[in-house]
Design a protein around this ligand. Sequence first.
Ligand code: NAD
Length: 295
Amino acid sequence: MKKIGFIGLGIMGKPMAKNLMKAGYELKVYDIVTPAVDELVAAGAARGESNADVAKDSELVITMLPNSPHVKKAVLGENGVLDGAKPGTIIVDMSSINPIASQEVCAEAEKKGCFMLDAPVSGGEPKAIDGTLAIMVGGKQDVFDKVKDILAVMGSTVTLCGDIGAGNTTKLANQVIVAANIAAVSEALVLGKKAGVKPEAIYQAIRSGLAGSTVMDAKAPMMMDGNFKPGFRINLHIKDLNNALDTGHDVGAPLPLTAAVMEMMQWLKANGHETEDHSSLVRYYENLANTDVRK
Ligand code: NAD
């Protein structure tokens, strides 16, 4: 499988597509934003005129789009992937979307004789550039076996988690844990500050104990530096928590912690912080306690 179509050349899609080209795959690319396509064409990709046009020439089509409605439009919509794809084409959607939407899109793809995996990622732009993303996959084992070496170009781990939708369910679990962890770190650092202990001292003292976490190591220093350059934006995390809450409601899993953090993120959005890194959630606690945790 040498010919790959790549759709969605944003923060994540662009470096992922470039890594596939570096590994020797022939790419045809499309995005509704033309300069993104121009950049990839300058790097050696073929220019797609539409999502259907990309699919027409590809054995494998990868999509990396914002959310469920974008994936439905790009795959199922007019001049979408399924308008161009030949039977047997494999679609791998690497966007973080609602797992139920993944199942719906897959069902439509199968009606056309195509196959689909959902394969969202964790790691953000730096790991997309390095090709070291964690990739969580849902779908059939035989389809997974055909593309896993290609996915491994973009990620350091590629894990089949279950049938279609399982990748996105796993990604939602990841986002629930990260959100609650950021909120807990924020709450704890503000408590320390108000009680007269330096947040930096608290962080250094506890980071290698049970409370320590990858999230704490990544986000506590950003909170204390007041550096909220994304990283992962509040508005994307709101999108993921929305998908988690919808999915939880659909399957009968109450998510009280997620709901609480969602409302904190809504406060950030209402106060103009939605394009900041999600570590800016500390601002919510700082505002409640009328303090800050800066060094
Ligand atoms: P982005 O907004 O930078 O890129 C999305 C791209 O999709 C844009 O270039 C947009 O023009 C294009 N697009 C939208 N609709 C289209 C359509 N119908 N046809 C063709 N192109 C279309 O988003 P991103 O940061 O690259 O994120 C992509 C996905 O990866 C999201 O689901 C996000 O949650 C997930 N993700 C992002 C990060 C991160 O740190 N940015 C980390 C992990 C996962």
